[in-house]
Design a protein around this ligand. Structure first.
Ligand SMILES: Cc1cc2nc3c(=O)[nH]c(=O)nc-3n(C[C@H](O)[C@H](O)[C@H](O)COP(=O)(O)OP(=O)(O)OC[C@H]3O[C@@H](n4cnc5c(N)ncnc54)[C@H](O)[C@@H]3O)c2cc1C
Length: 425
């Protein structure tokens, strides 16, 4: 199984390394797995083409549930040192304050987060900077040949290469597009300081179906005030070009209430845009190799479940690995225990179901979906009315009511998230 386009003439004498687990890809999934396995005393090799994780627009916010998983994996202190915590979350609907929640969220830039986690790798798990030229997998031994000729042999191979297809293709697995160009995530900075912003996190929901907006969220990352907007459009949509050309004008038209909260704001950076498709993997149940994180499946960023899937994969894998290594061989029957783990299945299904539901409730115009929206929005208008009624008698400096509801992106974007049937039924 060779990756022909990556092949280069070996420049240094071939080195041969033998480990228990070889991980290809040192993004969030690969790095967190390497850290967890190193803590468990496993001999690990971690391979990535870039010593410093390249700058890219990815996840910038996560919530308490994921912090719990970082803690469980023993990475709570490292993660906390790399993020901006928030606890006071203001949620707006129909131009009005809908809810004020006290719940933990954590903001970060993805590249520094991954690089910070990488710098926590112990000396016995150095990052091998290199490209994989050939991959051989089997029921007992796995073998990676890098483009410099060095060889890594392992009992178990873990593929954590995110969206990249080269290694996946070399092994022979296929990515299935469940929903092509499902959503678009836009990221940009506001030209106000955190002190001027004065708040921790604001979320504004789209008002009109025709706008195809899930929501906009504004939050602090260190000394920056950052915005993420999730829309159901394609990159080629003229609306997207118009937004990139004049984001401030478009935001004021779409959500004028932002100005009340953020003053005379301006957008201080280019608008970064990433299209995401919902994908799953086929042909992955094979000897010796496991696919995790975005290398296994991709879901919609609006639901904030990508990091949850990554951490759940790592948690499940580190649970299964001791039993796999206790007996000879690494055939597919062992590997399948990971894919069939109910915790992993539940996390993947939740993310996929929420991704599909959120888009439908936001954009579908059929009778069923119009009725669902009417029901949800009527309930929300009543809640806003009740809040205003409750607060009418309070002194003007009294805080708006605070709820203790745990933050849940699926609720945020999907409005209601039915239990629903398992995927594929
Ligand atoms: C715009 C955007 C916004 C998002 N927002 C959120 C959010 O708010 N909340 C949330 O939970 N999730 C969000 N997500 C999803 C989340 O970012 C991903 O699920 C998560 O980062 C996946 O991590 P990963 O380690 O699987 O992949 P990656 O981080 O992509 O890591 C892949 C690694 O593999 C390496 N690699 C690639 N090819 C090779 C090769 N041939 N050999 C060796 N190494 C290779 C790369 O260099 C990289 O280091 C968002 C995604 C996007 C695109």
């Amino acid at each position: 199984m060779s990756i022909a386009e990556d092949r280069e003439t070996p420049a240094v004498p071939a080195v041969r390394t033998e480990v228990e687990v070889a991980i290809v890809g040192a993004g969030l999934a690969g790095t967190v797995l390497a850290l967890s396995l190193a803590r468990a005393g496993r001999k690990v090799a971690l391979v990535d083409p870039h010593r410093i994780h390249h700058d890219e627009f990815r996840a910038e916010k996560t919530r308490a549930e994921q912090m719990g998983l970082f803690e469980k994996l023993g990475l709570g202190p490292v993660f906390r040192s790399l993020v901006t915590p928030m606890t006071d979350l203001h949620v707006f609907r129909f131009g009005h304050l809908f809810e004020r929640k006290q719940a933990w969220e954590y903001a970060f830039s993805y590249t520094p987060l991954v690089n910070g986690l990488r710098s926590a790798l112990p000396p016995q798990v150095p990052l091998t900077v290199g490209k994989v030229a050939e991959v051989f997998t089997g029921p007992d031994r796995q073998r990676l040949v890098l483009t410099d000729g060095s060889v890594i042999e392992a009992r178990l191979l873990v593929v954590a290469t995110g969206y990249s297809e080269a290694v996946r293709r070399a092994i022979g697995v296929e990515r299935i597009e469940e929903s092509k160009a499902h959503s678009l995530t836009m990221g940009f900075d506001f030209a106000i300081s955190p002190q001027e912003f004065g708040l921790q996190s604001l979320t504004f929901y789209g008002r009109r179906v025709a706008d195809r907006i899930a929501f906009l969220t504004i939050f602090r990352i260190g000394e920056r005030v950052r915005a993420n907007m999730f829309v159901y459009r394609t990159v080629a949509d003229p609306w997207v070009r118009a937004f990139r050309e004049n984001p401030q004008k478009m935001l004021l038209e779409l959500m004028p209430e932002i100005a009340e909260r953020c003053g005379n704001f301006a957008v201080a950076s280019e608008v970064e845009v990433r299209q995401v498709s919902l994908t799953t993997t086929q042909g992955h149940r094979r000897d010796g190799v496991v696919f995790i994180g975005d290398a296994f499946a991709t879901t919609c960023p609006a639901q904030g479940d990508g990091i949850h899937r990554v951490l759940t994969d790592v948690d499940c894998l580190t649970t299964h690995i001791p039993a796999w290594f206790a007996t000879p061989g690494m055939a597919a029957d062992k590997i399948c225990a990971f894919y069939d783990d109910p915790v992993k299945i539940a996390a993947d299904e939740r993310a996929m179901r929420a991704s599909i539901y959120a888009r439908r409730i936001t954009t579908e115009t059929g009778l069923e979906w119009r009725l669902r929206r009417l029901r949800n929005n009527t309930a929300r208008h009543l809640m806003i009315f009740a809040r205003r009624f409750r607060e009418a008698g309070k002194p003007s400096d009294a805080r708006p009511g605070v709820t203790g509801v745990a933050f849940d992106h699926s609720d945020e974007a999907g409005q209601e998230l039915p239990a629903g049937p398992p995927l594929g039924t």
